[in-house]
Design a protein around this ligand. Structure first.
Ligand SMILES: [Zn+2]
Length: 315
């Protein structure tokens, strides 16, 4: 039973907005594009894991949490958590192209591409061992004594994997369902009611990973980011303000909501606050009063005294 479903990571929309607002020759475009590609590949892998468990119907009671993360002291991020009455499984999917080679001392994962290029990643086994330790400690704070096991899942069915450590469980996406369903679980520690409560507690403490604002992470200055309202239909067309609405210079779409997307871009890219003057400049409004009305209408909340009043997006 899935008690929390996965959503598309918000950082994907953020990288796309950043690329849209960077000049074609900007030196950071490549880095942003790489981040977008990695985020898309990661999400693609996670969707494959969800598909693999779509018909998961094991003979034991369970709860599934897709995309679990915990900030604060524990810093846990898991693609999929499977809770049972006797143990917790943490599943991490890897969607990396090329032949995969596990390295030891120190541990790493190498991918060897068809052209011979080698890319090195943090070993998912080391990563999951660390996550399991943290999860164990976190479960103890909830008074939950369940042991934690980890499984690394490989997204591509035909991928060659070499030198996998013998004590690690590595599965292809297509065999996860069968493997987990056939597993002989130890004697239950939790009652069904306790399993249910554990699931509810984990969903309640889950905190979405917050990657914004993106521009400072790439050391991009606000002045390098193009201002204005982009067309939601043709994506790269700029919109001009007509009497009451906005019109795309390229495809002539008329829209009322387009400036709201530009405001979202501000919060994703530049900072978590905006004042009237910044809004006027970024969106392309004519009067400070119009900027204030626009911010309030878009669910922003004023903070700070009159003189230095800023607006934040309501949570
Ligand atoms: Zn357009």
């Amino acid at each position: 039973m899935i008690i929390k479903h996965r959503e598309m990571p918000i950082k994907i929309a953020g990288y796309e907005a950043l690329l849209k607002r960077l000049p074609p020759t900007h030196p950071k475009r490549m880095a942003v594009k790489n981040s977008l590609n990695n985020a898309n590949a990661g999400y693609g892998g996670e969707e494959r894991l969800d598909e693999a468990l779509e018909f998961f119907d094991p003979p034991y009671p369970h709860r599934i949490i897709q995309d679990f993360s915990l900030g604060g002291a524990f810093k846990i991020q898991v693609d999929t958590v499977v809770l049972t009455q006797s143990c917790v499984f943490l599943l991490e999917i890897k969607n990396i192209a090329g032949k995969l080679q596990f390295k030891q001392n120190p541990s790493a994962l190498h991918s060897i591409l068809a052209n011979g290029e080698i890319k090195s990643y943090k070993s998912p086994i080391t990563q999951m061992n660390e996550t399991a330790i943290r999860m164990n400690q976190f479960l103890k704070t909830l008074g939950c004594p369940l042991p934690v096991a980890t499984i690394v899942v490989i997204a591509h069915p035909s991928q060659i994997v070499e030198d996998a450590p013998p004590d690690a469980l590595i599965l292809a996406a297509g065999e996860v369902n069968f493997h987990l369903s056939k597993m002989k679980l130890p004697k239950p520690i939790l009652s069904i009611e306790e399993l249910h409560q554990l699931g509810q507690s984990l969903v309640a403490v889950h905190t979405d990973y917050q990657p914004f604002p993106l521009a400072p992470k790439f050391q991009i200055e606000q002045s390098e980011i193009e201002t204005g309202v982009f067309c939601p239909r043709c994506i790269f067309g700029k919109m001009e303000r007509t009497k009451r609405l906005w019109e795309c210079e390229t495809c002539r779409l008329i829209s009322q909501d387009a400036p709201s997307y530009a405001l979202q871009d501000w919060f994703m890219l530049i900072k978590s606050t905006i004042n009237k003057a910044e809004c006027l400049d970024f969106i392309g409004l004519e009067k400070l009063d119009a900027a204030k009305r626009f911010l309030i209408r878009n669910g922003c909340q004023p903070v700070g005294g009159r003189r230095y009043r800023e607006y934040i997006r309501q949570p």
